[in-house]
Write a protein that binds this ligand. Structure first.
Ligand SMILES: [Zn+2]
Ligand SMILES: [Zn+2]
Length: 350
């Protein structure tokens, strides 16, 4: 099989040819048809996450090189281990990459993201920047039916991340508004889903004018620049003069999190999703006085991916622009993403 691998952090990925893996136990082998490029791949490629205050999480602590990135995978099952179940050769589906050990209490209750021994495809195990991938069990293959395969690939991470964040919001009605901060790939995916799932007004805060226009095209009711001292004022005006009941921060910088906490209504909820990094001082009196809830949301569960696919099949959902490019351009694609030149998502064909 041919894989584009990290052989040294922050250096161009290398095309390496290795023997096709033989599925063992419950494993299934998937021939990759589409493979999305995610912003978080840039963090892994660079070798660290910025935790703020000069602290870094070195990804080299948890992976050995060479390593194959990629966790937005769509493909066809071409090989079965002797104990494989749930799929057959020829089954086409989205690979759910957020996989735990399968044995601990969290995994047994379907909350694999709480597992302490994750086997995530593309961040812990070799992933989708390849033409083959091994998946530990057939249940992680989610058939996508008539959906476009490139779009289906993006559901595994950006779509699922947006969907799971929306599921963490309090109940909202048509007098409420929700603020989405950031109109990158995940933020844009969230707008269409929010329109399909919520009656609330959707306000987007985004510094880039091009991305604000993309957000409006995606169905946002309003899109404003939320930066600077007037940011909150512009957000509240766009929300109809009333602070938003809920905020989802898809950026996760100190500035965007400060905006989220300043803008959210009393008793409101802030869902933190973005992994930009940094740190923020929070007034300890602010949380009780404003009865605020801050919660983190990281990707989503297998059950949520199945629900998301069912929603996409049942409802008209405006989806992100997806550009399809050959996998051989992967290094250029990563640079484009790093430079902010990608609007929406980029999905590769091996
Ligand atoms: Zn991702
Ligand atoms: Zn587990």
């Amino acid at each position: 099989m041919n894989s584009w691998q990290i052989t040294r952090f922050a250096s161009p990925l290398e095309l390496r040819c290795t023997a096709e893996p033989e599925p063992t136990g419950s494993q299934v082998l998937v021939r990759i048809e589409r493979s999305g490029v995610c912003h978080s791949d840039l963090h892994i490629w660079s070798g660290f996450f910025d935790l703020g205050g000069g602290k870094r999480f070195e990804v080299s602590q948890r992976m050995s090189l060479p390593f194959t990135l990629g966790h937005e995978i769509v493909g066809e099952v071409i090989g079965l281990g002797p104990e494989a179940e749930g799929v057959e050769v020829g089954t086409k589906g989205i690979v759910h990459p957020w996989i735990g050990c399968g044995e601990c209490k969290a995994c047994r209750s379907g909350e694999e993201l709480r597992c302490y021994a994750p086997r995530t495809i593309g961040t812990r195990r070799d992933g989708g920047y390849s033409d083959r991938v091994l998946v530990p069990h057939g249940r992680y293959i989610v058939p996508y039916g008539g959906l476009d395969p490139a779009l289906a690939a993006t559901l595994a991470c950006s779509g699922l991340t947006a969907y799971s964040a929306l599921r963490k919001l309090p109940p909202l009605d048509d007098e409420d508004s929700v603020l989405l901060i950031g109109a990158g790939g995940v933020g844009l995916a969230c707008i269409g889903l929010a329109r399909a799932m919520l009656p609330a007004r959707i306000v987007v805060a985004e510094v880039s004018e091009a991305k604000r226009n993309a957000a409006l095209a995606q169905g946002a009711h309003e899109a404003v620049d939320g930066s600077g001292p007037e940011g909150r004022t512009r957000v509240v005006a766009a929300a109809g003069g009333k602070p938003p009941r809920a905020v989802i921060d898809f950026v996760g910088s100190p500035e965007t999190m400060a905006l989220a906490l300043e803008a959210v209504d009393v008793g409101g909820t802030v869902v933190a999703v973005g992994l930009f990094g940094g740190e923020l001082a929070i007034s300890t009196a602010l949380l009780p006085l404003r009865q605020a809830t801050i919660r983190g949301s990281y990707v989503g569960s297998l059950a949520e991916l199945r629900d998301l696919v069912a929603l996409m099949q049942a409802r008209e959902v405006k989806t992100v622009p997806v550009a399809t490019r050959p996998m051989a351009e992967v290094n250029a694609i990563l640079h484009d993403l790093e430079a902010g030149r990608v609007v929406g998502r980029c999905v590769m064909v091996p």
